[in-house]
Design a binder for this molecule. Structure first.
Ligand code: GLP
Length: 264
């Protein structure tokens, strides 16, 4: 695993935004689309802020970007204040020049009978775009990536899943109480995520320290879906110091390659 530990989430997020800008530029020079897998939650907020700044101040264009979001709550109107669609538009899409037709977010408001074909179509759209070039991820305290909770298989595909109680508790404030948090979501599967050519996972703050250490220095197991990332050959883990606090130092990582770089 390749860890990079930064002095703050803001500094780390600027490095991630730079990586995204480099990819977009490389693809533009090739006359190709850059395919981004995008995440929600608090973790990527600074990344999106920096991308918006790059668009406004440095002319970064998203005209050659296709995006696929990881997940969406089931049962929420897409325009609900807490839907991931709303989040993405508020934090990124409304402020850049991405073409609306190139934005993909799972639809959480479909009748159950239509959900299965929607999930299959989502997978087909990713494949049709040529696969995801760069997937950005946060990590939940349960070890989820997207909304793949403990028990999710390594090969799982986009589907409707039940949310863990811890995940719902973490979202309770946003929804004005635990009881208002949806109990289901549509999420890209672990298998879908692991097909991305490059994955960047970010975690900030001491609340993530324990799960970061368990996911990336513990055994690969369906108890912690993020641990599957250990088996991907192009993953970068961006951490601030509090989120890295429980990691063993490099020389304690028997059999695992680790590189602690970045600004300490
Ligand atoms: C959310 C999302 C994940 C996100 C994670 C961590 O519920 N479904 O994609 O990475 O939980 O969220 P946060 O970044 O707010 O800590």
């Amino acid at each position: 695993m390749n860890y990079q530990i930064f002095p703050s989430a803001e500094v780390a997020s600027k490095a991630i935004a730079l990586e995204i800008r480099t990819l977009i530029g490389r693809r533009a020079a090739q006359g190709r689309m850059a395919v981004l897998g995008l995440a929600t939650g608090k973790s990527p907020v600074f990344v999106y802020r920096e991308l918006v700044r790059m668009h406004r101040e440095e002319g970064l264009s998203f005209a050659n970007v296709v995006s696929f979001n990881l997940d969406e709550y089931v049962g929420l109107d897409p325009f609900h204040a807490r839907s991931y669609r709303t989040f993405m538009h508020e934090h990124l899409f409304d402020h850049i020049d991405i073409l609306p037709g190139n934005i993909h977010i799972p639809a959480g408001d479909l009748p159950l009978a239509e959900t299965r074909s929607h999930c299959a179509a989502y997978e087909a759209a990713i494949e049709g775009a040529g696969g995801i070039d760069l997937q950005i991820l946060g990590i939940g305290r349960t070890g989820h990536i997207g909304f793949n909770e403990p028990g999710a298989g390594r090969g799982s595909r986009t589907s409707v899943v039940h949310l863990d109680e811890i995940t719902r508790a973490d979202a309770a404030d946003d929804f004005g109480g635990f009881g208002n948090v949806p109990s289901q979501a549509i999420t890209m599967g672990c298998g879908t995520i692991l097909e991305a050519r490059k994955i960047v996972l970010m975690a900030w703050g001491s609340k993530k320290a324990e799960i970061v250490a368990r996911a990336f220095q513990g055994p690969v197991s369906d108890e912690i879906p993020a641990s599957y990332l250990q088996e991907h050959d192009n993953v970068a883990i961006y951490l601030d110091a509090p989120a890295a606090a429980d990691l063993a130092p490099p020389d304690a990582l028997a059999g695992k390659t680790a590189c602690f770089t970045g600004l300490r």
